[in-house]
Design a binder for this molecule. Sequence first.
Ligand SMILES: Nc1ncnc2c1ncn2[C@@H]1O[C@H](COP(=O)(O)OP(=O)(O)OP(=O)(O)O)[C@@H](O)[C@H]1O
Ligand SMILES: O=C(O)C1=C[C@@H](O)[C@@H](O)[C@H](O)C1
Ligand SMILES: [Mg+2]
Length: 182
Amino acid sequence: MNDVSLREQSIVLIGFMGVGKTTIGKAVAKKLYRDFIDIDEEIEKKYNMPTSEIFNLYGERIFRQTEKDMIIDSCKQKLKIISVGGGAFLQDEVREACMSHCIIFFLDLSWDSWKERISLLIDSRPVLQGKNIDQIKQLFYNRQPIYEEHHSRVVTDNLPVDEVADYITESLKTAWDIYEPN
Ligand SMILES: Nc1ncnc2c1ncn2[C@@H]1O[C@H](COP(=O)(O)OP(=O)(O)OP(=O)(O)O)[C@@H](O)[C@H]1O
Ligand SMILES: O=C(O)C1=C[C@@H](O)[C@@H](O)[C@H](O)C1
Ligand SMILES: [Mg+2]
């Protein structure tokens, strides 16, 4: 049971890699004057190396353990905007912690729009490396069910970063006014 007021609960952005969680999370944090936490960045700081090197040197299991610990810790903090990695919601404990402590926005981008971004992502995302386009498409669709646990879904196709960030901040302000008027 969460005893933090709705207005103080942290916001978590979820969705497949590359949908814009980091970029949009930063913009939302700025608009709401909140601190931004990017879990991938925090993990990279801890190991002092890029994610792909962490995967190579320590393996995905260690990356996932660190990711889980950091998210469970971060989502208990108040007033943060948190972007989690695209695979974070594979872990039950991560989904459960975020659902019970935070407000979760699922950034939903269609496959057709996502594949336009592939060149921006392919070198830095270890999970994409060594896969052809059909295998990536399969991963994209296989991952969609894990994002079903959320409080609000935003379809981001053809929307610039600022418009998505505005939509999220406005819908939060509406919810705060309805459920916690003061
Ligand atoms: N709404 C948008 N319109 C166009 N390009 C975008 C939009 N949002 C993000 N991008 C671009 O897509 C790329 C991936 O964005 P970003 O790194 O924010 O994704 P992510 O969801 O955080 O990915 P990951 O899960 O791998 O951390 C970046 O180059 C970013 O500039
Ligand atoms: O979708 C994934 O499994 C990942 C997404 C990235 O955000 C990173 O967390 C890492 O590259 C793994
Ligand atoms: Mg990111």
